[in-house]
Design a binder for this molecule. Structure first.
Ligand code: XMP
Length: 528
């Protein structure tokens, strides 16, 4: 490996990804590896440091996740929760089976013997075991978050207990000479207020890392990698959708190989107001990219004509993407690689033996044979917020970098019933008003997705003494961590009222506005 790397060994803990994120926030590149293949990977790649995660099993059970600790010789190791117990057990200590589970806040009491240091009186070995090197002494807050059953009863020979809590006598232990540290609690969660100091001490003071992994260094490294993979002549096909991931990916490729990054944008007429224009302006204008923008509204609306079933609509949109690629094969053929905006959470989930299978949305139907090229996935090491930072550094407009997730079939799944240009226009305008007002009032913070959809019914209203018989808009705004679950956002009533009034007054054809309060599950985020 050519940069400092911390491997986080996953024993199935619920916070493992969070450990990776915390380490990266401290400027150190980190990767999660499953325990099943960890020993080989560590032996082969020799990471700069290793962190062992928590996990739901008991280390005393047969078949529980395990690790050959000999591969860690000479590699600074921080063992958390399950890892803390496993390290004690495997290095000759003792773990006791739980009689009850301990869950919640505890106060950490650093062990007094670990605090008294007189440099002149103690020998080197003793000095190393005492306070200046303890990960847990002198924290700004001694509150820690516990979530475990079993606990360490005896530390291995050569290790010192450095902290306890009232219910856990060995809450932290270490052997500074061997650079091995164990903590029963979770320094990575926000409920451990000074957990960051523990990670920082481990990474910088003990493992000697520099912490120089930044968006800039990532960009530099990826540009070099892309150039090496693609070679001096190779061309890469980058499909840009207007979303964050594909935009950042394309911007990175443009920077690496200029106009040999062939950017393709299919304007299907189903994006939000102004977004298609922004893609063309950003890539064709600002970046002067080799952009092939295909204006295909008629083709998509033609294929959607008469369709009302959600699945048929999705399929029709997916098929038309393929048709566009086929029809423009002459202009697009000759690329050696296809770039994809895969992100790290997808990589983790598809490689993990424990995680559930990722939800895949097939936005594009079976691709033509000539499109089966070698894949390039330059963002596969990043989390979403890191992708956004890279996008900013590459000069993408803030609107694009902050864009919310958007379904591949676009507004076809937000215009319920038949999708016509007129109904899409109504949805786009209402959507624009909704999101602009939230933004103007600073009420869009923390929202995962917010949008307007058009229902497939009519209702009676009255406007300027005239009877109306028109269609209703539904507004939906949700908070979510990962789109697997979601909750309606508590938008102030006066804002909703203002938005409703503007939509009914400004969007022709709409005479009623609803706000969707349903969570996911049982509803989904999109209406179709
Ligand atoms: P649902 O509606 O299933 O959506 O709760 C979960 C997340 O996925 C997005 N979504 C899609 N993304 N192609 C995509 O690329 C699709 O067909 C699709 N359908 C839903 C949705 O916006 C939400 O973020």
């Amino acid at each position: 490996m050519n940069h400092e790397t911390v491997f986080v060994v996953d024993f199935g803990g619920q916070y493992t990804q969070l450990i990776v994120r915390r380490v990266r926030e401290l400027g150190v590149y980190s990767e999660m590896i499953p325990w099943t293949t960890a020993a080989d990977k560590i032996r082969q790649d020799r990471p700069t440091a290793v962190i062992l995660s928590g996990g739901p099993r008991s280390v005393l059970e047969t078949g529980a996740p395990d690790l050959d600790f000999s591969v860690l010789d000479g590699i600074p190791t921080l063992a958390i929760c399950y890892g803390h117990q496993l390290m004690a057990l495997r290095l000759g200590g003792c773990v006791e089976k739980a009689t009850h589970k301990e869950y919640g806040y505890r106060t950490l009491v650093p062990t007094p013997s670990g605090l008294v240091v007189n440099e002149e009186e103690v020998g080197e070995a003793e000095r190393l075991r005492t306070k200046p090197h303890s990960l847990v002494a002198g924290l700004s807050s001694n509150q820690v978050w516990m979530s475990h059953g079993d606990q360490v009863l005896e530390v291995p020979e050569g290790f010192t207990v450095t902290a306890s809590t009232d219910s856990c006598p060995i809450a932290a232990y270490e052997n500074v000479g061997q650079k091995r540290f164990g903590v029963q609690f979770h320094p990575e969660v926000s409920h451990t207020p000074d957990g960051r100091s523990i990670l920082r001490r481990f990474l910088f003071d003990q493992a000697g890392l520099k912490g120089d992994w930044t968006s800039e260094s990532f960009i530099e490294e990826q540009i070099a990698k892309i150039r090496e993979t693609v070679g001096p002549e190779g061309k890469v096909l980058c499909a840009v959708s207007g979303g964050v991931d594909s935009s950042v990916m394309a911007a990175l490729l443009i920077q690496a190989i200029g106009d040999r990054a062939v950017c393709v944008f299919v304007d299907h007429g189903l994006l939000r107001k102004g977004e298609a224009e922004q893609v063309v302006e950003t890539f064709g204008g600002h970046f002067q990219a080799n952009l092939k923008a295909f204006y295909e509204h008629d083709r998509f609306f033609g294929a959607l004509s008469g369709l009302t079933d959600p699945e048929k609509k999705r399929k029709a949109v997916g098929e038309q993407f393929v048709r566009v690629f086929e029809d423009h094969a002459n202009e697009l053929q000759g690329c050696d690689f296809l770039a994809q905006g895969t992100l790290y959470p997808d990589v983790i989930e598809s490689g993990s033996p424990t995680a559930a299978k990722i939800k895949t949305h097939h936005n594009v139907g079976g691709l033509p044979d000539w499109m089966r090229m070698k894949l390039i996935e330059p963002l596969r090491w990043l989390f979403k917020d890191e992708v956004r930072n890279v996008g900013r550094k590459l000069g993408l407009p803030e609107d694009m970098v902050e864009r919310e997730p958007f379904p591949g079939p676009g507004l076809a799944v937000r215009v319920l019933g038949e999708v016509t240009p007129e109904r899409v226009r109504m949805t786009q305008e209402a959507d624009w008003i909704f999101r602009s007002v939230l933004k103007e009032r600073g009420q869009n913070k923390g929202i995962w997705q917010s949008y307007a959809a058009l229902l497939d019914v009519r209702s009676v209203g009255v406007m300027g003494d005239e009877r109306t018989y028109e269609q209703p808009i539904v507004l939906r705004a949700v908070e979510s961590e990962d789109a697997m679950t979601a909750r309606a956002v508590n938008i102030p009533f006066d804002t909703l009222e203002h938005i409703a009034s503007r939509i009914v007054n400004e969007v022709q054809g709409v005479n009623r506005v609803f706000y969707d309060l349903t969570s996911k599950p049982p509803a989904t985020i999109e209406l179709e």
